[in-house]
Design a protein around this ligand. Structure first.
Ligand code: GLP
Length: 241
């Protein structure tokens, strides 16, 4: 694992965007694995700026997102499809038909997950996977458990995740209890993984992810086994290392 130390959130966002930009420049038809959450928002802002400056062309890029709440459709302002449209896709020249997010409105979990696995396989694999980090070590919505789930699956969100995400909803009762998420095997098969981590509230879990044992109790710890992982973290997030 390579760790890039950023001064603060702005610096982190610029560094992460530069890594993604270099992928898009070197491989214009790359497949980007994208993430939601508050941490990548600054990264997306920097990518939009580079696009507006004429430095980036997304017209041949394909994207696959990590996850989606089960039950939320593209028009729900807390769905991850909505998030991606508003924070990135609506502002760059990516072909929306080649931006994929699990179908939150598909009530049949097996069908939704199989369809998403087929989409990822059809893309030929992920060149660069961007990840945020949950407070309990989750990546995508791969929550702590007894085993690593391989491919796209439906998860019951943990209380800590529901609690962390309730700030985005009118009330805790409105936070969906389930989500579809890409699995750990799929994430591990990405050719390159970029993790963005910001803030002192992530310091304890980041130390466990990097220096602790590899265990499904801390899902992101599996990244220790990947041969091309870059963690871009700010000083606050690195304070317990
Ligand atoms: C959500 C997402 C994750 C994300 C995590 C952390 O649970 N499913 O992909 O990494 O939140 O979000 P934040 O960056 O807001 O701390």
């Amino acid at each position: 694992m390579k760790i890039y130390r950023a001064k603060d959130y702005e610096d982190l966002s610029r560094k992460a965007a530069n890594i993604i930009s270099s992928k898009v420049i070197l491989k214009p038809d790359c497949v980007l694995g994208l993430a939601t959450g508050s941490t990548p928002i600054g990264t997306y802002k920097n990518l939009i700026q580079s696009y507006e400056n004429g430095d980036l062309d997304f017209s041949d890029v394909t994207s696959v997102n990590l996850d989606e709440y089960k039950g939320l459709g593209p028009d729900h302002d807390q769905s991850y499809r909505y998030f991606m449209n508003h924070n990135l896709f609506d502002h760059i020249n990516i072909d929306k038909a080649r931006t994929f997010v699990p179908d939150g409105l598909e009530a049949d979990s097996d069908k939704a997950c199989q369809a998403y696995n087929d989409i990822i396989a059809g893309c030929g694999g992920i060149d660069l996977q961007l990840l945020g980090l949950g407070h309990n070590g989750h990546i995508g919505f791969n929550e702590p458990s007894d085993e690593f789930e391989k491919e796209t699956h439906c998860v019951d969100l943990t209380e800590s995740t529901i609690d962390a995400n309730k700030r985005f909803f009118a009330s805790e009762a409105d936070v969906p209890r389930q989500a579809y998420t890409m699995g750990i095997k799929t994430i591990m098969q990405a050719r390159k993984v970029l993790v963005v981590v910001s803030g002192s509230d992530k310091a304890d879990i980041l130390a466990k992810v990097v220096n602790g044992p590899v265990t499904p109790a801390v899902p992101a710890s599996i990244l220790q086994m990947h041969n091309d992982v870059i963690i871009v973290a700010d000083e606050a997030a690195l304070s317990k290392m």
